[in-house]
Design a binder for this molecule. Structure first.
Ligand code: ADP
Ligand code: F6P
Length: 472
């Protein structure tokens, strides 16, 4: 039977060492949490890195066996590959460039060469598993070369590629020394998907200007075949988030958390530690808000969860220090014996805790400088069991295209964020409910299952169309 092979750099679980034993924990990040709900069906398989260096053949064997039971197959990366392919080219070259932080980007030939080598390693792992009728779905910027590598090995196979982060404008993308090779890598796909129409438009413009292939209604005609480029805004597993938030246990926990905070109003922010998430800018806005509206001092608390991410990369280390310093300064300035303006937690939390925090919070602050989609804001909306609550959302997140009932802000405009905080904290409940229920309808309809079937249906359509083009 034909199967779906999902390939991404990171598996939806990550290995951790506990008391000498290797255990699996759920990975954070939108790709893992979003697709985590769908890959276990039938013979489907997810191929990716288990998040740790595993060198000993015995351990590798054990990890492989354990993962196999859960429909996963590991690609073991070496220390050098993690340093140069994952932390290096993926997260010090591509990530900053694609998020419009090109001043942070490093351009090093050695990192590029290891990126090519690691993509080849993923290609070999996939080729070993792929049958002629299987569909291969490659995810994200760590694997931009994989579609064309697979095409070379398996010329007739069906390959979809989805990018979870923004695609920058041509003027930014062209800064990359390996721009042509990266685009050619992606063009090995039959279908290339992005979260938004703008990402798609930027990609097509770069393909046109750098590789010289024009497009018509998203179709690019190569000499050997045609491929389609389209936008597919990713959703969440709405029923999962809405269902868990409604449970008695989550309600009980939400009450306990809330009582312990000694605040009339609670705001929540949940992010990976990343400069693209706008965490310092949000803290500056909150500090300014407390100074401008002193009547909220002692009354509003921001619960800020930051999950550690890419902590070997220099810019992430610097950001961690900046956040620690700002939180300390703001709390030092405004706290009193019974109240802290910010409750800051630098760790990952299980879904039940996250759900209780979403359920407890009157306001969610999602203020990235740039974000492909952002699933946290959708998780918050899905968790609002009584339709109260206000979402403050950055225009720079892909999700803002769908969630126009949020209070939309530009994260560079601190004064606008200050006023958005005031508006959110004083919004009458009946108005909150109008906006929240409209956002819930959108997220419920365009959920993760809808997203997967839209992508898969379009991929099948491309294959049929390619056949009819070849015979006409
Ligand atoms: P990104 O993919 O850039 O990390 P998203 O907002 O799309 O951003 O996805 C982040 C995912 O990680 C969400 O599903 C969110 O619930 C999860 N997450 C973020 N922070 C934490 C945390 N502290 N504990 C548990 N999960 C977290
Ligand atoms: O959604 C974007 C993304 O970079 C995914 O590709 C990735 O798995 C996730 O964020 C978390 O990042 P990382 O895998 O580097 O921890």
């Amino acid at each position: 039977m034909a199967k779906l092979i999902i390939v991404s750099n990171r598996l939806p679980v990550k290995l951790q060492e506990k008391e000498g034993e290797l255990i699996f924990k759920t990975s954070e990040g939108g790709l893992a949490t979003g697709l985590g709900s769908i890959y276990k069906e039938g013979d489907n398989i997810w191929i990716g890195w288990p998040g740790q260096v595993v060198e000993e053949p015995e351990k590798q064997k054990k990890v492989t066996e354990d993962l196999k039971k859960e429909n996963m197959l590991p690609v073991f990366l070496t220390e050098t590959e993690i340093k140069e392919y994952y932390e290096g080219f993926s997260n010090e070259t591509l990530w900053p460039t694609f998020h419009y932080f090109s001043q942070y980007a490093v351009y090093e030939q050695q990192l590029w060469e290891t990126y090519v080598q690691a993509n080849q390693k993923f290609c070999d792992a996939v080729a070993e598993q792929a049958g002629p009728d299987d569909t291969i779905w490659v995810h994200d910027y760590q694997l931009l070369l994989l579609p064309s590598m697979l095409r070379e090995k398996l010329p007739d196979c069906t390959i979809g590629f989805f990018q979870h982060i923004p695609f920058p404008s041509y003027e930014v993308f062209r800064l990359l020394p390996w721009r042509k090779e990266l685009l050619e890598g992606m063009l090995g796909s039959d279908l290339v998907g992005f979260h938004t129409y703008d990402d798609m438009r930027h990609f097509l413009s770069s393909v046109n200007r750098i590789v010289g292939h024009g497009s018509m209604h998203g179709w690019i005609n190569l000499s050997s075949r045609s491929l389609l480029v389209d936008s597919f805004p990713m959703g969440i597993d709405y029923e999962k988030y809405a269902g868990i938030a409604k449970t008695e246990e989550v309600g009980r926990r939400a009450n306990i958390y809330r009582n312990n905070l000694h605040a009339e109003k609670v705001m929540i922010a949940v992010d990976r530690l990343d400069y693209s998430k706008g965490i310092p800018q949000r803290l500056d806005a909150f500090e300014k808000f407390l100074a401008k509206y002193p009547e909220f001092q002692g009354k509003v608390t921001l619960v800020m969860l930051v999950v550690p991410s890419r902590d070997e990369v220099e810019k992430y280390k610097e950001l961690k220090e900046e956040i620690d310093e700002k939180v300390g300064r703001i709390n030092g300035k405004f706290s009193d014996i019974n109240w802290n303006p910010i409750q800051y937690f630098y760790r990952s939390y299980p879904l039940e805790t996250l759900s209780a925090l979403y359920r407890m919070a009157d306001v969610a602050l999602v203020t990235p400088m740039r974000d492909g989609m952002n699933l946290v804001c959708k998780e918050y909306v899905a968790s609002r069991h009584d339709q109260s609550g206000v979402l403050i959302l950055s225009e720079m997140a892909g999700a803002s295209k769908e969630l126009s009932d949020a209070i939309l802000i530009n994260p560079n405009d601190i004064n606008q964020m200050v006023e958005a905080l005031h508006e959110a904290l004083t919004m009458p409940e009946e108005i909150q409910k109008v906006h929240m229920s409209s956002m819930q309808e959108t997220i419920k309809r365009y959920n993760i299952h809808h997203w997967v079937s839209m992508f898969m249906d379009r991929l099948s359509y491309v294959k049929i169309k390619q056949l009819s083009m070849a015979t006409s």
